[in-house]
Design a protein around this ligand. Structure first.
Ligand SMILES: [Zn+2]
Length: 322
């Protein structure tokens, strides 16, 4: 029987597990609610249950498990250090040593967005790239960087926090403690907040119709549709956010001269208006070397990037051996 690997993405809302072969083909998957209020031991038991049920379903035990976590960990010892969105923040929880005996295989931890970057590197557009940066544009802006084919980790696996570069020195307060981070200007909530404001001010009739006037129905994708239907103010709001993102992308390009930039997450669903504005901003901002050969693309794996990153992590036996 061919070797099989497990990947679990631990999120604040869901635990998403998949099993896949070394070719990245997913053979079975299961998602359950995290119930994070029950605390770390209960959540870890639930992760083990997910792995157990997947092993039973596909009749094969995993050779290793890659576990994506929403925060920082001591990667060498598999101990979580700070998971800001989970109750008690999981400080110094020996996740690897608790989980490995339960699932019966080695367990490797990695920040969830770095894991998605690894997925894109190994199974996505990164297969033909040497140096790439991944921007995960969602509720926040996460990121990851691979240099010469290798994911850049740093001592806490924290390298690549692309959303927390300063774009506006006196800009909005950011959750990280700083001000004017890219995340405060171009994340999903930053973009939709402006869409909601325009809609409620009577400046976005198309968006008002699409969202039926409900703030909760306004998404970056709906805003892109409204812009396409003629809401000029909505279009301006998207272009403003995309220009900020373009500056963030240009900064990374100036530092790394990568051959690939991948934009993933819900905000990337805005489509051509976002990508064209980012490409244009990069051309404007980088004058020191030609940027025509730097591809700026949507994620090939989309919402599968994290899951497949966990499979790549398990296959590699962690990343600290490289
Ligand atoms: Zn920040």
């Amino acid at each position: 029987m061919a070797e099989i690997f497990a990947s679990v993405d631990l999120g604040g809302t869901n635990i998403a597990g998949v099993f896949a072969g070394g070719d990245g083909r997913i053979v079975c998957e299961r998602t359950v609610s995290t119930e994070s209020h029950e605390g770390a031991p209960a959540v870890l038991a639930r992760i083990a249950d997910v792995v157990e049920s997947l092993a039973a379903e596909c009749g094969n035990r995993p050779a290793a498990l890659g576990l994506g976590i929403p925060g920082l960990a001591d990667l060498k010892n598999g101990v979580t250090k700070f998971l800001p969105n989970l109750p008690t923040q999981w400080r110094d929880v020996p996740v690897r040593d608790i989980l490995a005996p339960k699932v019966g295989c080695p367990v490797y931890l990695l920040n969830d967005v770095r894991m998605a970057t690894l997925g894109e590197l190994v199974f996505g557009h990164g297969r033909t790239s040497r140096t790439m940066a991944f921007f995960a544009l969602g509720t926040g802006i996460g990121g990851g960087v691979a240099i010469d084919g290798k994911l850049r980790l740093g001592p806490l696996g924290a390298a690549g926090e692309l959303g927390h570069q300063t774009i506006l020195p006196d800009g909005p307060q950011c959750g990280c403690g700083s001000r004017g981070c890219l995340e405060t200007l171009a994340s999903g909530p930053a973009i939709t907040a402006e869409g909601v404001r325009l809609m409620l001010s009577g400046l976005a009739p198309q968006l008002h119709q699409l969202a039926r006037g409900e703030a909760s129905a306004v998404t970056p994708k709906e805003m892109a549709t409204a812009a396409g239907l003629g809401d000029e103010r909505v279009k301006e709001a998207i272009v403003r956010a995309a220009r900020y993102l373009g500056i963030g992308v240009a900064n990374v390009i100036a530092i790394l001269h990568p051959d690939l930039i991948v934009l993933g997450g819900g905000v990337a669903a805005i489509g051509p208006l976002l990508f064209d504005t980012v490409r244009c901003t990069v051309r404007e901002r980088i004058g020191m070397f030609p940027t025509d050969d730097i591809a700026i693309k949507p994620s090939l794996l989309a919402e599968r990037a994290g899951a497949l990153g966990g499979i790549a992590l398990a296959m590699k036996g962690g990343l600290l051996r490289d």
